[in-house]
Design a binder for this molecule. Sequence first.
Ligand SMILES: NC(=O)c1ccc[n+]([C@@H]2O[C@H](COP(=O)([O-])OP(=O)(O)OC[C@H]3O[C@@H](n4cnc5c(N)ncnc54)[C@H](O)[C@@H]3O)[C@@H](O)[C@H]2O)c1
Ligand SMILES: O=P(O)(O)OC[C@@H](O)[C@@H](O)[C@H](O)[C@H](O)CO
Length: 382
Amino acid sequence: MKALHFGAGNIGRGFIGKLLADAGIELVFADVNQVVLDALNARHEYPVHVVGEQAKVEIVTGVSAVNSTSDDIVTLIAEVDIVTTAVGPQILERIAGGVAKGLAKRSDSGNVRPLNIIACENMVRGTSQLKQHVLNALPEQYHAWVEAHVGFVDSAVDRIVPPSEAGTTDPLEVTVETFSEWIVDKTQFKGELPNIPGMELTDNLMAFVERKLFTLNTGHAITAYLGQLAGHATIRDAILDEKVRAVVQGAMQESGAVLIKRYGFEADKHAAYIQKILSRFENPYLKDDVERVGRQPLRKLSAGDRLIKPTLGTLEYQLPHDNLVQGIAAAMHYRSEADPQAQELVALLAEKGPQATLAEISGLDADSEVVTSVVSAYNAMA
Ligand SMILES: NC(=O)c1ccc[n+]([C@@H]2O[C@H](COP(=O)([O-])OP(=O)(O)OC[C@H]3O[C@@H](n4cnc5c(N)ncnc54)[C@H](O)[C@@H]3O)[C@@H](O)[C@H]2O)c1
Ligand SMILES: O=P(O)(O)OC[C@@H](O)[C@@H](O)[C@H](O)[C@H](O)CO
């Protein structure tokens, strides 16, 4: 079996690529970072530091890499059995053109072996969105062939992988927590279901995607935003701050109440899931900066993402959302010189003020009660 994985970054090297390579699948990474590409092709292996009470270093072997903007992608997509991505939601549209060309070549060459494509991004049904971008880039004549031979499989992916410790000189080294979870929608595969240890199959993916994105990522983002406001540099320091922790836990519970209503989760199991997540945020072996977790605040404040979507759920079921409101207000205070979306947020706030800015980014009604509450919280935090 052969796989092409887009994105040799933290989750690509530290989780998805590792699982594929560990399963004995011949793995090629596609990326745009020349330093990483050169190192992968020079060494064909890299170390993964799995940190926890029993730390270990695992070596991923037998890997190579190609530039994601080269025609190598087209050739590879025509021949591999599985394509995965971990590039970031905003990059999916950029890789779609290469994927479309590869699918056309695969069809022209008469390769009818099933191909499955799995986007492993923090978004709801990311692979379905990638599929739409690919179809937009693919001549109509190939669409029926793609429907017949290519599975676009949605997934939920969970493992906290910050960038490697400052000070390492190895561009491939990656540090990961012990916990990991990769759940894929088994109803969307073409051909036989793959047997990849660490990949779980479900026919109820939406429940798992929303449980992960609207619990872990909701809490993570609020930890980052409130943490930065309180002067903390890392997620661990932020979550050990009792004031931050109370809001984070409260927001995960508010979001959880929506998930329990929507998906029928058992309340005590969901409460345990939240406690486990809080302990993962506290992990003393990981140094995860609030700037990584808070990155791209406009994406995180958009309608379908981890802050607004749970809040809309509380409105739908008439449930409390005071802590989510605090989290949204803190997100609007997020600042990062290195983050273009943080800069855009600052410009929008200066031009339009908090009420119109939030309405524009989130799609919420500017005159709604929830926007009024966020603006009051935002002003109080200032
Ligand atoms: N790091 C985590 O803890 C974690 C956990 C779960 C999910 N995710 C999700 O995984 C995705 C990647 O996150 P990450 O933390 O690994 O980010 P990252 O920045 O470490 O990795 C992204 C990689 O994509 C590469 N890339 C950019 N443009 C590309 C292109 N056109 N073609 C191919 N590669 C390209 C970058 O060079 C980089 O190596 C995001 O959607 C994120 O939400 C991350
Ligand atoms: O990757 P983002 O920017 O969507 O979110 C930042 C973190 O919350 C995220 O990367 C988590 O570490 C990850 O989702 C854990 O599974």
